[in-house]
Design a protein around this ligand. Structure first.
Ligand SMILES: Cc1cc2nc3c(=O)[nH]c(=O)nc-3n(C[C@H](O)[C@H](O)[C@H](O)COP(=O)(O)O)c2cc1C
Length: 377
């Protein structure tokens, strides 16, 4: 059966993904923190955005082409940074980066990815963004951003919504420890998922090569901790200023939820804001991202990127209707990868494109930027 018939929406890929990856990997990918209320809230609030369908518009030619930060993308959505992406599916970073280049959409590589900026940069060309977890040591910081720049990344994303680690209880129950240890329990879970296990054996054990390369810069700290956390600091506005002064390309702050933070960030010269509650993985009583979007739109003229539970073309239209300039997705790409391997990301982008066009047709829209006209308040 062709993919479109078997998996016409993301909701059909999720159970297939769960069947193909070990339980602890599924828990890493799918879980949030606490009772997972923020994750559910993202979904509920997206569902509460409605439109008035249009009639008697005649033939309307719809385009999904979207501009952001001086670049034209064929689709209004992209790939959010996912740490240890390559542990979810072998070579996830490479597959997602190549797909992003082919489909002309952005791919954001995480600081704690399983492949380095030097490896991924050439695959993704102009469409590569790099996400930074803020290194404490200024030497490491400078070296890292210089490496990222030399690898061809022109857009830097600073994630600011992890001042401390979160508890993620489901992950813990799934058997994930910090630092990760392959216990006999995890090995038993792996034995039940041969496609994943064989892929990992062929591609190599997932690690975090970028942060690991700075292991020698961490002094006086316990070696038993997760290296990604040892390296990073909770940033403040001075930190953001420092980065602005040292990074010439586009600079995005990821993890904003309060529109009152716009003014200070605008003064520093940020190029775009990324509204995110880290998919409910950090704090379980945060607002849904779609619910704060209008406040941001009313407060700033900076481009607004949003994520948090987006799963369909209709969801993406909801964000544009409320003032977003771009949508990013994290888990969705990984459900697709886990379910379908290499074919997953291209299938997901095509499915979302078709869903966008179908819904734009119902609303008589020729571009996603017109979506607010049909919004029901
Ligand atoms: C498994 C997983 C790992 C993540 N790792 C990172 C990361 O390394 N850096 C980061 O800024 N955000 C990270 N995020 C958050 C995503 O970038 C994004 O904000 C979120 O996944 C969007 O919600 P969605 O998954 O519902 O699309 C991660 C999310 C998931 C699900």
């Amino acid at each position: 059966m062709v993919l479109e018939h078997r998996y016409p929406a993301l909701k059909y890929l999720k159970p297939a993904a769960k069947r193909r990856i070990p339980h602890f990997v599924w828990e890493y990918l799918d879980s949030a923190t606490g009772d997972e209320r923020t994750k559910a809230h993202n979904r509920r609030s997206l569902d509460s955005v409605h439109f008035m369908p249009a009639i008697l518009k005649g033939e309307v030619e719809a385009s999904t082409q979207t501009n952001l930060l001086g670049q034209s993308y064929d689709l209004p959505f992209g790939v959010a940074p996912v740490g240890m992406s390559g542990a979810i599916w072998p070579d996830a970073e490479g597959i997602l980066a190549r797909n992003a280049y082919r489909q002309n959409l952005p791919y954001c590589l995480s600081t704690v990815a399983c492949q380095t900026p030097e490896t991924i940069g050439p695959y993704v060309g102009e469409n590569g963004w790099f996400q930074l977890y803020p290194p404490r040591d200024p030497e490491v910081r400078l070296d890292m951003i210089n490496r990222v720049k030399s690898a061809g990344f022109k857009t830097l994303v600073l994630t600011v919504d992890i001042p401390v680690a979160s508890r993620r209880e489901r992950q813990t129950r799934g058997g994930i420890t910090q630092p990760p240890v392959l216990t006999s329990r995890l090995l038993a879970q792996i034995a039940l998922r041969p496609a994943w296990a064989l892929g990992m054996a062929a591609f190599g054990r997932p690690e975090m090569p970028l942060v690991a390369s700075y292991g020698k810069n961490i002094r006086g700290l316990p070696t038993t901790e997760h290296i990604g956390y040892l390296l990073r600091v909770a940033p403040d506005l001075e930190y953001v200023k420092w980065l602005r002064d040292h990074w010439e390309g586009a600079f995005i702050i990821k993890g904003v939820l309060n529109a009152s933070d716009c003014t200070s960030l605008e003064e520093i010269g940020i190029d775009a804001l990324w509204i995110s509650n880290h998919a409910g993985r950090q704090f379980d009583a945060a607002p849904a991202t779609i619910d704060v979007l209008s406040d941001f739109r009313a407060t700033t003229s900076l481009p607004l990127i949003i994520d948090g539970g987006f799963e369909t073309g209709l969801d993406i239209l909801r964000a544009f209707a409320l003032g977003a300039d771009f949508v990013m997705m994290g888990r969705a790409w990984h459900y697709a990868l886990a379910a379908l391997g290499r074919a997953g990301p291209a299938h997901l982008s095509e499915m979302l494109r078709q869903d966008l066009l179908a819904n734009m047709g119902q609303l008589g829209l020729s571009s996603v930027s017109e979506a607010s006209k049909t919004l029901l308040s």
